[in-house]
Design a protein around this ligand. Structure first.
Ligand code: AMP
Length: 294
């Protein structure tokens, strides 16, 4: 496995692969890899001649009061996991390497960023759009793999790729969960034992919500309320948002409309804080599935 720390090294290695006409699969991450990342890495390795992983904790996507300074890191373990997943090249740039100067250019995706994390974390998706477009230019992948754990990120990146004519195929990948349902996240290590037990309420309410969604007459607003009530039963849970939106446009449907009437997928997205740790999770509610049961 090749490890590149500079853009120059990366370009050199990739151009030799390009000359051999090898298709490149790319997985951008912030490291501290877990099984959720590993599933993307294995998929990229299986579907492409060359698979590239980037590990970069991107300061641009963290707000001033967010957890940039305490974001967990373990390069040695990440490299071992990447190699075990069949990754060919890892790009691990420093902040100085990625941003030798403060960038004056930013990639801003409108509308799909109006709600959810776009609203709760102002500037977050500008940082994501900017770094992902830099990485796409550096790696020139044929396919790029993103987890549906960050469903809004998938929608934002797909919109950016469409709008700016990046010639990369975006491959969304399913959410990987702990046996009890908690979505894997690098931030789960910050949960104390009690918070870890309570955090299961996220996946449990999403599951419950997909059943409630089948009830005739169930409306958007009612379902959001039921899910909020369910989550609030966990003593330490502090809700940031619970929203049922159209996917991938992430526009709000009429709050009083019946879920069964929708002919397009909806997403139920949650962000909940346990102490200082903010967790997100979501579930796509296929309306065809809903209709089947009504
Ligand atoms: P991050 O390192 O948090 O920026 O995540 C890098 C990529 O891994 C993103 O595309 C995430 O959506 C994806 N990812 C993170 N956690 C999971 C998970 N539990 N299941 C699937 N993909 C995930």
């Amino acid at each position: 496995m090749i490890i590149c720390r500079t853009k120059h090294e990366l370009k050199q290695h990739l151009s030799s692969f390009r000359n051999e006409n090898k298709g490149i699969g790319f997985v951008p991450t912030m490291g501290f890899l877990h099984e959720g990342h590993a599933s993307l890495l294995r998929q990229a390795a299986a579907e492409n001649n060359i698979s590239v992983l980037s590990i970069f904790v991107n300061p641009l996507q963290f707000g001033p009061n967010e957890d940039l300074d305490r974001y967990p890191r373990d390069e040695e373990r990440d490299l071992a996991l990447a190699e075990a997943c069949g990754i060919d090249l890892v790009f691990i740039p420093s902040v100085q390497e990625m941003y030798p100067e403060r960038p004056l250019t930013s990639v801003i995706v409108n509308q799909v960023t109006d709600r959810l994390c776009g609203a709760s974390r102002p500037g977050h998706f500008d940082g994501v759009g900017t770094v992902v477009s830099k990485l796409f230019h550096l790696v020139s992948p044929d396919r790029a793999y993103f987890g549906m754990k960050d469903a809004q990120q998938v929608a934002v990146i797909q919109q950016m790729v469409n709008d700016l004519n990046f010639s990369v195929q975006i491959v969304p990948s399913p959410i990987i969960r702990e046996p009890d349902g908690l979505a894997l996240s690098s931030r789960n290590v910050f949960l104390n034992a009690e918070q870890r037990v309570q955090a299961v309420v996220l996946s449990k309410s999403l599951e419950q919500a997909s059943k409630w969604a089948n009830e005739p007459e169930m409306t958007i607003e009612r379902l959001e309320t039921l899910v909020k009530e369910q989550i609030s039963k966990a003593g330490e849970a502090e809700i940031d948002y619970v929203e049922l939106l159209k996917y991938p446009s992430l526009q709000a449907p009429d709050a009083n409309s019946a879920i069964a009437t929708f002919s397009q997928p909806l997403i139920l997205a949650l962000a909940v804080k346990f102490g200082a740790t903010r967790l997100i999770d979501n579930r796509i509610i296929e309306t065809s599935e809903v209709n089947l049961h009504v």
